[in-house]
Design a protein around this ligand. Structure first.
Ligand SMILES: [Zn+2]
Length: 374
């Protein structure tokens, strides 16, 4: 199968040949494509809690519904995702992980699940850093409990968000790193020493940097700036225009560099649905017309209704990054941060043929065709 489209790297037309689900060759095309479509690798979302009315955190969520949510995300350009399970009871976390692990090997589109992201329960108990995670289930880090979770997940947990200041965190970070599980710092109020100790123990990422923080911190010395300045850490950002002001996005991307920056949606079940009231577990949330998802009780943000294609459009607008560099934050950067096989390059022979074809008018991109080896 051949695809002809414009390359974001060169701006010129190329022909991509796909053989056995991999990119075989990419050669310049003698003529421009008729439809003016552009091509990129499929998007990789390392943090998604649910989509299209489907809640990955609910122990009752069926395998079929998980499949529907994957199809819905494909229309936004996402071909590989890390369903994300947040802080909860041991029983509920294990059930949710089991559902997703089953979905991965039972569904026809299950290979889109590239791994699982466990965000919590080993996070800061303090208001602010804890975000919308339920306080009653926040606890000290435990290697034994992780092993319990990893058993339920059939070994699919590939990314864990931890606050390095909680009891037992450093030992767990070392343990996870030794096992090849990526450790991301998040829902944390750690000081500089704690952040650097976590990096020395093997942490390589920051989770939705700039969110889940104290409302008041020292303006020029705090855990956000400390992580921004740490070159070893990739950083995830929720660029929905609600979680982070445009100026923060611009400054943070420059500080981290575009190569270490990763777009995540942090989408929750109401994403892709109409505004209204929804339930996330036992919590009531409101999806508003402005696209925010907030706990009804406190007004606190509880994930997003963001789509990855919209996140890319926001990023280009907020940061002024080129199309190619913006696309990298949703493709090769997340793939490199977690070592995703077959997705380490931007449209090069040998890579998995996850392809997104889209229209682009110098301000916005619009997804038209998705191809991926599912
Ligand atoms: Zn979070």
């Amino acid at each position: 199968m051949d695809y002809q489209a414009l390359s974001p790297v060169t701006g010129h037309s190329v022909v991509i040949s796909v053989v056995d689900g991999r990119i075989s060759t990419i050669v310049p095309s003698a003529c421009d494509s008729d439809d003016g479509l552009w091509v990129a690798p499929g998007f990789v979302d390392l943090q998604v809690n649910g989509f299209a009315g489907v809640d990955y955190n609910s122990p009752e969520t069926s395998i079929d519904k998980i499949g529907c949510s994957i199809d819905a995300q494909r229309t936004t350009g996402v071909t590989r995702l890390y369903p994300t399970i947040i802080t909860g009871s041991n029983t509920n976390i294990r059930k949710a992980l089991t559902n997703l692990a089953r979905a991965k090997h039972e569904l026809s589109n299950g290979t889109s699940i590239a791994g699982l992201h466990l965000e919590g329960p080993w996070i800061s108990p303090h208001d602010g850093p804890r975000g919308a995670h339920p306080i009653e289930h926040v606890r000290a880090a435990s290697i034994a409990e992780f092993e319990d979770f990893q058993g339920s997940a059939e070994g699919q947990i590939r990314l864990v968000t931890i606050a390095p200041e909680v009891e037992g965190a450093l030992a767990l970070i070392e343990y996870l790193s030794d096992q090849g599980v990526v450790v991301s710092l998040g829902h944390t109020g750690a000081n500089a020493e704690e952040i650097h100790a976590a990096v020395d123990a093997g942490a390589t990422m920051s989770t939705h940097l700039g969110n889940a923080s104290y409302s008041m911190t020292r303006h020029n010395a705090n855990h956000i700036i400390e992580q921004m300045a740490c070159d070893q850490l990739y950083a995830g950002f929720i660029v929905d225009g609600i979680h982070l002001p445009p100026s923060f996005v611009k400054v943070a991307i420059r500080a981290k560099t575009p190569e270490k920056s990763i777009l995540v949606t942090d989408a929750v079940a109401p994403a892709g649905c109409n505004p209204g009231s929804y339930r996330l577990g036992h919590l009531e949330v409101q999806l508003s017309d402005d696209g925010s998802v907030r706990l009804v009780e406190s007004g606190r943000l509880a994930g997003s209704a963001l789509r990855m294609d919209y996140a890319l459009n926001n990023l280009m607008r907020f940061s002024g990054l080129s199309l190619a560099r913006s696309l990298a934050t949703a493709t090769v950067n997340p793939a490199r941060a977690i070592g995703l096989e077959g997705r380490q390059g931007f449209l090069i022979p040998g890579e998995l043929a996850d392809l997104v074809l889209f229209q682009y008018n110098s301000e916005t991109l619009e997804i038209k065709i998705i191809e991926s080896v599912v």
